[in-house]
Design a protein around this ligand. Structure first.
Ligand SMILES: *Cc1c(COP(=O)(O)O)cnc(C)c1O
Length: 379
């Protein structure tokens, strides 16, 4: 695609997601180190990071992608190449052939799905089953794959050990933003409940949720855990599929102050939206960092930062600044690359943020702009 390149952040459209290639590369280098030293294969989970204009870079480091259905699988094949591993809570009859053709690994979520599609898939892709290790350590229910009544993965009591013909691998995904201790717990449950089937498998997939690129992550501990596992099961190929760890702290959302109004406090209306552009701030919920700001009432001037939709709760949070904000000021919301641009909507007709890559020459490449058609075409 022919990109529009500008030299300064002031010339970037507002709002924009700005991904910094240098920071992405730093994450990829660390993931590659884990991959090389522990001889596992790391896949990029498109659910968390699907900024395909960076895939030429990503594919120099990672082994492939994991997809959650047809569209992610096609994107992986078209833009990343290499291996495509596809898991879905349930596959559809009309999509399964195309998914099988694209996917190196296909992971079923139930024996019903396996029975339905096994004959079609056999010989065309490597078949696996997702199991639920019932290790529940994620505190927010919305993000806990092993919560009560979870639909994600087969529990050991529901595991039909006499129906494993044609199964090459087992997959579990039990973590979210966690360190090695959580993986250790999940893995220990997994081995306890499903270890007896591992001798007959060719691969295991430890899912995502490994926060490998976070500053306090115990990378050496992870490498050791993976090596120990490989020593116990030398015949198994091991896959990890992080999403968040790839896009973690690789950029921001830049927005502009449109107006400042008063109602017992000062409220800055931005040309972005918590609901439409950063839905996790409301869903989790969490408070994003804003550059050069602090908590409310710490610095001299406090504002509520709010979105430009008509949803009453479209509020990012309260922040204080050294200088008063004014119309036209740029606001930088930090760490808005993973799980944000994959989740945006055109709710209320609000314009989607442009997609910008700050390249290694410190230029800003505007790779995508969205207008009225992005809104109209989905309705
Ligand atoms: C979400 C998900 C991932 C990626 O998780 P991160 O928290 O982004 O690392 C990997 N595998 C599966 C099956 C998932 O659902």
């Amino acid at each position: 695609m022919k990109s529009n390149i500008v030299n300064s952040i002031d010339e970037v459209p507002s709002p924009s997601f700005v991904c910094e290639e240098r920071l992405l590369k730093k994450n990829l280098e660390l993931l590659k180190k884990v991959q090389d030293e522990s001889e596992v294969k790391i896949l990029l989970a498109l659910k968390g990071f699907a900024l395909w204009s960076t895939f030429d870079l990503c594919k120099q480091y990672l082994y492939g992608c994991c997809a959650s259905g047809l569209h992610e699988a096609i994107l992986a094949k078209e833009e990343f190449g290499k291996e495509v591993h596809t898991y879905s809570p349930a596959f559809k009859e009309e999509e399964i052939d195309e998914i099988i053709d694209i996917s190196n690994h296909l992971v079923f979520n139930s024996f019903n799905q396996l029975n339905k599609f096994r004959e079609k898939a056999r010989g065309r892709t490597s078949i696996g089953l997702r199991v639920n290790p019932e290790y529940s350590s994620v505190e927010v229910d919305l993000y806990n794959p092993c919560g009560v009544y979870s639909r994600l993965g087969i529990t050991s009591v529901n595991f039909d050990k006499d129906n494993l013909e044609g199964i090459d691998g087992l997959h579990f995904h039990a973590l979210c933003e966690q360190n090695v201790d959580a993986l250790e717990g999940a893995l220990s449950n997994f081995e306890e409940k499903f270890g007896e089937f591992l001798p007959q498998m060719k691969w295991v997939n430890f899912g995502g949720g490994h926060h490998i690129t976070r500053e306090d992550y115990d990378v050496d501990g992870l490498i050791k855990l993976l090596k120990d596992f490989k020593n116990r099961y030398p015949h198994l190929k091991v896959y990890l599929e992080p999403g968040e760890a790839v896009g973690w702290q690789t950029g921001y959302l830049v927005a502009t102050v449109l107006d400042i109004i008063e109602n017992q406090m000062s409220i800055a209306i931005l040309d972005t939206s918590a609901e439409a552009h950063m839905p996790d701030t409301l869903a989790m919920p969490y408070r994003p960092d804003v550059r050069n700001s602090d908590l409310a009432n710490i610095k001299k001037y406090t504002y509520r930062l709010a979105g430009n939709t008509c949803l009453a709760g479209d509020i990012i949070g309260d922040y204080s600044f050294d200088e008063p904000l004014k119309t036209g000021d740029k606001i930088i919301l930090e760490d808005m690359i993973h799980y944000t641009m994959v989740k945006t909507s055109t709710f209320n007709g609000i314009k989607l943020p442009s997609i910008v890559i700050k390249n290694s020459q410190d230029c800003y490449q505007i790779v995508n702009n969205f207008g009225y058609n992005a809104y109209k075409s989905r309705l």
